[in-house]
Design a protein around this ligand. Structure first.
Ligand code: FPP
Length: 239
């Protein structure tokens, strides 16, 4: 069984899952959080080296104040819980996204603390995208590249894909398998640069109900895909 090196995950459907159970949207997010916690440990134990999740987009700030506040509080409590548990599992936690308002100060503080306390862990990377949009990531990377060229730290002729990748919020390998739950077939601004050659998998199940066995099914599907990266599969096309 081939194990993808980097799995990207768009966590979708907390609200719809809650509605179907007669629960509030907040209870849906709480259930999503508990699920993410278990799933992260499972996925990294399977041998995946990097697990990236879309927890909150720049656009999600358009939601009601009540929902945004609930999620921000959940992140503060949640990141602390992840820090403790994932530190034990030797997992490094990093964050991608714009690190300023409207993210509240306590979220920004906890992001820094968690990154610092897990920075030397080696078993896997858990990348959490918060206040994230990949077009902004590319804009921010471009600005930093221009600054470095102007300061004489980088030669324009030396810019290549690896160099650009190193200017992203995190210098991560490409995504191999990208999953979005809830039956939506779109990226919504999630890691466009990193997902360039990713295999997409869109199960209809809502995120809080997506369990270890559903990830195993995603792995089966991934293993049956023919990844050619623009080339030709010689074994299949030898006639
Ligand atoms: C999408 O479901 C989910 C979110 C916008 C929030 C995701 C956050 C979590 C799962 C909690 C994670 C916690 C940490 C600490 C990273 P939705 O609200 O868009 O669902 P809907 O489309 O059914 O309304």
């Amino acid at each position: 069984m081939k194990i993808p090196n980097h799995v990207g995950f768009i966590l979708d459907g907390n609200g719809r899952w809650a509605q179907a159970q007669g629960l509030s949207r907040s209870e849906g997010h709480q259930a999503g959080f508990e699920n993410l916690h278990e799933l992260c440990k499972y996925i990294l134990k399977k041998g995946v080296k990097v697990f990236s999740v879309y927890a909150f987009s720049t656009e999600n700030f358009k939601r009601s104040k009540q929902e945004v506040d609930f999620l921000m509080n959940l992140f503060v409590k949640g990141f602390k819980k992840y820090e403790k548990e994932l530190n034990k599992e030797d997992i490094k936690i990093v964050f991608s996204g714009i690190r300023k308002a409207p993210l509240p100060k306590d979220v920004l503080r906890v992001i820094e603390e968690v990154e610092k306390s897990t920075k030397d862990n080696k078993s896997g990377i858990f990348n959490i995208c918060i206040n994230y949009d990949s077009q902004w990531e590319i804009v921010d990377a471009t600005k930093k590249i221009v600054e470095d060229v102007q300061a004489g730290k980088l030669n324009a002729e030396d810019i290549n894909k690896e160099v650009v990748n190193s200017y992203m919020y995190q210098n991560l390998p490409p995504i191999d398998l990208l999953i979005r739950t809830s039956g939506e077939n779109r990226l919504s601004g999630f890691m466009l640069w990193q997902a360039s050659y990713a295999e997409f998998y869109f199960p209809s199940i809502h995120f809080p109900a997506f369990k270890a066995e559903d990830f195993d099914e995603a792995l089966e599907v991934y293993n049956n895909r023919d990844r050619r990266f623009g080339g030709i599969n010689e074994k299949k096309n030898n006639s």
